[in-house]
Design a binder for this molecule. Structure first.
Ligand code: ZN
Length: 234
């Protein structure tokens, strides 16, 4: 077993995993998602406002119709007034006309209020339409940035995967099977290096006598960490 070659393979595998995570967590992805949600928010605000506007328009149309009816009714009463002689009847008519006038005033006030609200909603919609075109631009820009970044990262990943095939070819299939099994059970580190008497896998000290035993091992024999059993590069 060529532990050094497996260590090289592990370096490539670690780089592949990091590249995959980086591809998944590209900051451009967050920027794009934010731009998408901004755009959706602007659109839904605008849609809500437009719905409110059409409710106001419907109410205004209703006021218009009611006002026409009241005016017609009043005109009719005025004509009747001219033909009435009895004071009590005249008084009753007068009262009815006053009620109609009051209703008409109320409708006018409500209508004015609606017109004002509608004008301010028009202005809000106009601003929202501007915000929408800005948000569309930002969405497109962030999408473009994301596509570029993702393409670059994917290219990097493909290059690493090609490199892995190359590096893996210098190891036997059975050695790679052992390496894969160890990596799966040892958090991605199957092969460790010893640095200052410490195992790079479990970070535990390896005693001088243990190091000495490893040094004396024949070249074809594999050294393992006495603490974690990872393969050690000698
Ligand atoms: Zn160890």
């Amino acid at each position: 077993m060529d532990v050094k070659a497996l260590y090289e393979l592990q370096k490539v595998d670690t780089a592949i995993e990091q590249a995959k995570v980086a591809l998944e967590k590209l900051p451009e992805r967050t920027h794009y998602a934010l731009a998408q949600s901004d755009l959706a928010h602007v659109r839904s605000t605008r849609d809500n406002l437009r719905r409110e506007q059409s409710t106001m328009e419907a109410e205004l149309a209703d006021i218009e119709k009611k006002s026409v009816d009241i005016d017609a009714h009043r005109a009719k009463l005025e004509r009747q007034m001219k033909t009435i002689i009895a004071p009590r009847e005249a008084e009753a008519l007068q009262h009815e006309m006053q009620t109609l006038a009051a209703q008409r005033n109320e409708l006018d006030d409500r209508g004015l209020l609606l017109l004002e609200s509608s004008a301010s909603a028009d202005e809000d919609v106009r601003k929202l339409v501007e915000s929408e075109s800005r948000a569309i631009e930002v969405e497109a820009t962030t999408k473009q940035a994301l596509d570029l970044a993702a393409a670059a990262k994917t290219e990097e990943l493909i290059a690493l995967q090609e490199r892995r095939v190359e590096v893996a070819s210098s190891n036997s299939d059975s050695d790679i099977a052992i390496y894969d099994r160890l990596r799966a059970s040892y958090k991605g580190i199957a092969v460790a290096i010893i640095q200052h008497g410490v195992c790079g896998g479990c970070h535990m000290d390896i005693s001088v006598s243990e190091l000495d035993i490893m040094k004396r091992l024949p070249a074809d024999q594999v050294a393992e960490c006495p603490n974690c059993n990872r393969l050690l590069v000698r």
